[in-house]
Design a binder for this molecule. Structure first.
Ligand code: SAH
Length: 215
């Protein structure tokens, strides 16, 4: 896959669009410059990779809108060295943005096809996330606790196991709701069984599915 002047120019335009939509963190904008989004899309979508659109990535799933990725990343308040659990690797684009910010990323995907594809794409970069094929509802107890948890599919409710795998002071960003629309929430673990919840508007994700892995 090539990353030419044209792609770089389109990327600058997308970054400007993200800035205009309210993403101000220069580190996040720099991460969008460092991770070529067209690498994560089928060749047919290369031209449109830097528009604020979602695309099919196979197995009936979609890569999130760039603005949604930037917005969730912003809410997550990523610090260099943060240990982050992501549910829904999908294309691997969000995973790579978190890696570009210097986080140690663990990401779970329940579709075998996407897990394998993301693995081969991320291989092109100098990132080293731990990608896991499995059910995100269970989290990764062996690697817990995490500083941050990001869910990139619409969850019907907050998965209990994931709350347990957060550090005190840890933050979870999760779109909650069944059906087409979800409410973006940020949950901060203030004590072992005490959580603060903030709400950040309506988004649209593919559903978080339980107890099954697809091939
Ligand atoms: N972060 C991704 C978004 C992909 S869409 C990106 O940047 O491309 C959400 C993904 O969540 C889909 O690939 C879907 O298969 C996955 N998913 C849904 N339920 C899941 C679960 N229980 N465990 C792990 N992944 C899940």
């Amino acid at each position: 896959m090539q990353d030419g002047y044209k792609h770089k120019g389109l990327r600058k335009k997308l970054i400007q669009e993200l800035r205009e939509k309210g993403i101000q963190d220069e580190k996040i904008l720099a991460a969008f410059d460092a991770v070529p989004r067209h690498f994560f899309l089928d060749l047919a979508f290369t031209e449109q990779a830097y528009t604020n659109m979602a695309f099919q990535i196979g197995a009936g799933q979609t890569i999130s809108h760039p603005y949604t990725v930037a917005f969730q990343t912003d809410l997550l308040q990523v610090k260099k060295g943060d240990k982050i659990l992501e549910i829904g690797t999908g294309s691997g684009f969000q995973t790579s943005i978190l890696c570009a910010l210097g986080a140690k990323v663990f990401s779970i995907e329940r579709q075998k096809e996407l897990f394998l594809k993301a693995k081969s794409i991320i291989h092109h970069f100098n990132f080293n996330p731990k990608l896991v094929f499995g059910d995100g509802y269970k989290g990764l107890p062996n690697f817990a606790p995490f500083d941050k948890v990001i869910i990139t599919c619409g969850a019907p409710e907050i998965p209990e196991a994931l709350l347990n795998q957060m550090k005190i002071g840890g933050v979870m960003v999760i779109p909650i709701g069944e059906g087409e629309k979800q409410l973006m929430k940020r949950i901060t673990k203030v004590a072992e069984h005490e959580f603060n919840t903030e709400e950040f508007g309506v988004f649209s994700f593919v559903p978080m599915l339980e107890n099954k892995t697809g091939h």
